[in-house]
Design a protein around this ligand. Structure first.
Ligand SMILES: C[S@@+](CC[C@H](N)C(=O)[O-])C[C@H]1O[C@@H](n2cnc3c(N)ncnc32)[C@H](O)[C@@H]1O
Length: 187
């Protein structure tokens, strides 16, 4: 995937827990959004499995890097600089989001700082998500024990959620939550 520029998030345990979750699905032919694409790894992983992928990030350097990586791998990705869904109009079968989630006072490093309780961005994401998810669509959202992740979800009764993958690290436990809006799950 070429050298990842220092300001772009390099894949870590959280990223690979997301790929474990993706491996539970067949994404071929699905319309996938990789939000906060960073190095592009999740979107590229899906594109290599036949998905039609949009990669979005607030950081132009991440989008430039992902475009280069897609060229190197010979895959087609639609890429857009976007603050969450601000520049995204489509609806998706699968939305992936590994957000910045570290509790922080303000946002100093946009790749990891999640604001108050580490949940500011996650709450905005949950507010905006329903307009971008197809009726049978699902979302994989990475959360950490550091941000008490089930708390914000309790306020969103329109989502059903379950844990699809989990990993204990020495200072936190990571989970991938699977969210959906209705009872149908066709992916
Ligand atoms: C923890 S990294 C995840 C990167 C990659 N998806 C992965 O799993 O390795 C979070 C990413 O979200 C991006 N990001 C932060 N705030 C954002 C926002 N408001 N809208 C879109 N992307 C954002 C960051 O630039 C960063 O690339």
């Amino acid at each position: 995937m070429g050298n990842i520029p220092p300001q772009v998030y390099a894949p870590g345990d959280d990223t690979f827990l997301m790929t474990d979750a993706i491996d539970t699905l067949s994404v071929e032919g699905k319309n996938v959004l990789d939000l906060g694409t960073g190095s592009g790894i999740l979107g590229l992983y899906c594109a290599l499995r036949g998905a039609s992928v949009t990669g979005a990030d607030i950081d132009e350097a991440a989008i430039r890097h992902t475009a280069d990586a897609a060229r190197l791998l010979g895959v087609d990705l639609k890429l857009v600089v976007s603050d969450l869904f601000s520049n995204i109009t489509d609806q998706f079968d699968l939305v992936l989001f590994n957000p910045p989630y570290l509790p922080s006072e303000g946002i100093h490093d946009g790749t990891v700082d999640g604001g108050s309780g580490g949940r500011d961005l996650i709450i905005r994401f949950l507010e905006e998500l329903p307009g971008h998810l197809r009726k049978e669509g699902i979302t994989f959202l990475l959360v950490s024990s550091l941000n008490n992740p089930h708390t914000p979800l309790k306020g969103y009764s329109n989502f059903e959620f379950s844990t699809i993958a989990k990993r204990a690290l020495f200072f936190e436990e990571l989970e991938v939550l699977r969210l959906r809006l209705g009872n149908d799950l066709s992916i």
